[in-house]
Design a protein around this ligand. Structure first.
Ligand SMILES: NC(=O)c1ccc[n+]([C@@H]2O[C@H](COP(=O)([O-])OP(=O)(O)OC[C@H]3O[C@@H](n4cnc5c(N)ncnc54)[C@H](OP(=O)(O)O)[C@@H]3O)[C@@H](O)[C@H]2O)c1
Length: 337
């Protein structure tokens, strides 16, 4: 079997570190692994399968010995370096928002739209974390009863902002409990013991960028511009896993029972739904897992054909690193690398 030379750009970050772990766990056909980050990390040694690998600085000439690059160092870095990598015949799987809505770039959740990989031109975009877990559940239901409208409210963990935010939540929590001064750097308000109805910056329409990512990326991945999506995204003091309350209106009848049956067969989705046993997906249980969990599946009694449900997944894994590695695996499987 052919083996591939892989680079992780942003290897020292929350997502990059998870990418390294996932490549370790899976039977990925690796010939070599290159770890790239900023000049600040040069000399840092990271372990991969027990082997020490020195982190190198990302530079224009970093890609001569690479086949696949997994980018996770922010949009600006992707915009600058992904085209350079492509010029060096590298296939880029980009985790940033840099290329997601570019019509020349497929936006992929492997369980939903792997066929879109066929028209890639060197860069494949990994969707936003809150969108990935939602479309994994929406797509099989859409096939059955055609979705008209989705109203989603998210409860997103601080790891979605990166390592610095995880440290901020820990430090603020300790400060509050010890009755010390709470310091904030990452978020505009205290996140410990609080909920912030703002993720990313506000846009002209008073929605946040994260909210509009959910609206636009859902349509692109599901290949249907007609689906109406409206979102409120909220940062909550949870370290790992995003949770989402999702209300769906369909064109046709679909019972909660039927939805559970469809979702229990959907790839990468696990139904956890037993109100009598207080069983439903929880952030702490989804952390470290690969699947998207769905529960609280019930009829919306206020519209002719509607359902309410609760979706939880590990944002660093399926929401970012795992989805990116799965994209690379699909490219290999389809002979597109
Ligand atoms: N966290 C999530 O759940 C999530 C989900 C989906 C998408 N994303 C996206 O993934 C990307 C990374 O997120 P993260 O949460 O992992 O952030 P993070 O923990 O802050 O890590 C950022 C990474 O980027 C590297 N970097 C920064 N400036 C660089 C430069 N000039 N040259 C090379 N490398 C540079 C950092 O290296 P140093 O350590 O050397 O600074 C670090 O490895 C972002 O685009 C984010 O929007 C994140």
């Amino acid at each position: 079997m052919k083996k591939y030379r892989v680079a992780i750009v942003g290897a020292t970050g929350a997502v990059g570190n998870e990418m390294k772990k996932i490549l370790e766990e899976r039977d990925f056909p690796l010939a070599s692994l290159k770890l790239l980050a900023s000049h600040r990390s040069v000399g840092r040694i990271l372990l991969f399968k027990g082997e020490e690998i020195a982190v190198c600085e990302l530079k224009k000439d970093s890609f001569s010995d690479v086949d696949i690059a997994l980018f996770s160092a922010g949009g600006a870095i992707s915009k600058e370096f992904a085209p350079i990598a492509v010029k060096n015949n590298v296939i880029v799987v980009d985790n940033s928002s840099g290329f997601r809505m570019d019509p020349e770039v497929p936006l992929i959740v492997p369980e939903v739209n792997s066929d879109d990989l066929e028209w890639h031109k060197g860069i494949i975009a990994n969707p936003n974390c809150s969108t990935i877990q939602m479309v994994a559940v929406l797509a099989p239901l859409h096939k059955e009863a055609k979705i008209k409208r989705v109203v989603v409210s998210t409860y997103q963990s601080v790891s979605g902002t990166g390592l610095k935010a995880m440290i901020e939540l820990r430090e603020q929590t300790l400060a509050v409990l010890n009755k010390e001064k709470v310091r904030r750097k990452v978020y505009p308000h205290q996140i410990a013991f609080n909920c912030l109805p703002q993720i990313d910056v506000f846009l002209d329409n008073d929605y946040t960028k994260e909210e509009m990512k959910m609206v636009n990326e859902t349509k692109k991945i599901m290949g249907d511009d007609q689906i109406k999506v409206t979102a409120t995204t909220v940062r909550v003091p949870v370290f790992l896993s995003h949770s989402e309350s999702v209300n769906i209106e369909f064109e046709k009848e679909i019972s909660a029972r039927k939805a559970k049956k469809i979702l229990s067969k959907a790839e990468g989705v696990i139904v956890l739904d037993n109100p009598l046993q207080n069983l439903y997906p929880l952030a702490i249980n989804a952390a470290g897992k690969d699947e998207v969990y769905v529960g609280r599946i019930r009829k919306d009694e206020t519209v002719p054909f509607g359902l309410n449900l609760w979706i939880v997944s590990d944002n660093l894994r399926k929401g970012a690193a795992l989805n990116a590695v799965q994209i690379a695996e699909k490219l290999i499987e389809r002979g597109l690398v």
